[in-house]
Design a protein around this ligand. Structure first.
Ligand code: 3Y8
Ligand code: NAP
Length: 244
């Protein structure tokens, strides 16, 4: 196959792909943005840090003789996905997305869909509640616009500076999470409402089962627009695509 893949990682599916690539001894490099202090180790060579936009990414392809790009980033990593789409078109490098379908509400779910973080902030206009903000670190400051709530913040790393939210509790934890763990967490913290992104996948969905069991309302942030590229939802689908 003579392939030399670049895997844009950071998700459960990307790690599953890395394990399969290592087992089949396919030449590949796993790429992290460098968002967290200690990203999960991978069984294939990895790199950490941005590429420097579309041009930097296209240059990386040429400098490293990349034959295929697998975009296995999180559905909310839209900037990376758009950059990969343009750089692959520019360099004529085949691109495949490995992603997971969005979650769909089931009976008993109390979801309120909003288009983006701004919409989620607006949806919290109301009397003080205890809110599980399961969004990570990058967007929590936006919720200072609704300071009346007590926010429970789940972060991968302890914040370097205290979050600018007057009432908050920080929980340092990384997924994948469990239904029992999230149910206990929501009960212990007397959560009234959950705010989350429609990440899809198994690594983040425990909170939806916990919310359903506890009949908690969920503010569900819909996915950003992503490029129209070849997409598969399984590791096997990646190998089928590679063998074409
Ligand atoms: C750096 C690399 C694996 C991948 C595991 C998945 C599952 C567990 C659930 C909640 C939601 C959240 C967050 C989350 C989950 C998986 C996956 C996933 C959500 C790591 C990782 C990196 C990141 C970056 C981090 C973001 C943050 C988002 C926390 C590794 C652990 C909220 C997304 O502090 C920061 O700057 C954190 C930034 C982007 C979103 C945000 O806005 O803060 N992920 N998460 C990747 C890099 O540097 O390239 O150590 O594994 C990966 C995982 N996090 O292989 O097991 O597949 O999605 N990640 C969301 O879904 O809303 C937590 O608390 O319930
Ligand atoms: P983003 O906003 O789409 O990307 C911003 C910039 O970060 C990109 O333009 C690129 O910099 C760099 N970057 C992003 N992902 C990268 C990767 N895998 N390898 C190298 N550089 C990368 O990205 P994000 O939402 O911050 O996500 C960053 C990482 O966290 C990704 O690996 C993603 O899969 C993971 N993640 C994100 C979320 C989320 O909620 N956003 C959830 C779970 C995991 P340059 O322009 O300089 O190349």
């Amino acid at each position: 196959m003579g392939a030399n893949l670049l895997v844009l990682g950071g998700t459960t599916e990307a790690s599953a792909l890395a394990r399969a690539l290592a087992e089949r001894e396919v030449q590949a490099t796993f790429s992290y943005a460098g968002r967290v202090d200690t990203p999960r180790p991978q069984p294939i060579p990895h790199r950490v840090g941005g590429f420097g936009g579309v041009d930097g990414l296209a240059r990386y392809f040429a400098d490293h003789n990349i034959s295929h790009v697998i975009d296995a980033t999180h559905p909310f990593a839209a900037q990376m996905s758009w950059n990969a789409f343009h750089a692959c078109a520019q360099g004529g490098v085949p691109l495949l997305a490995l992603t997971r379908p969005p979650w769909a509400a089931q009976s008993g779910d109390r979801w309120h869909h909003v288009p983006d973080i701004k919409g989620a902030v607006a949806a919290l206009d109301g009397p003080a509640e205890r809110i599980m903000l399961a969004l990570g670190r990058l967007h929590m400051e936006a919720f200072a616009a609704q300071p009346q709530h007590h926010y429970i913040l789940r972060l991968v790393d302890a914040p370097k500076t205290p979050p600018a939210l007057p009432h908050h509790t920080v929980i340092v934890a990384r997924g994948p999470f469990t239904v029992d763990g999230d149910t206990t967490l929501f009960t212990e913290h007397a959560i009234d409402r959950v705010v989350c992104k429609n990440a899809g996948g198994a690594g983040a969905e425990a909170k939806l089962h916990a919310a359903r069991a506890l009949r908690l309302p969920v503010v569900m942030i819909d996915r950003p627009e992503l490029p129209d590229r070849d997409t598969v939802a399984t590791v096997e689908g990646v190998f089928d695509w590679l063998s074409k």
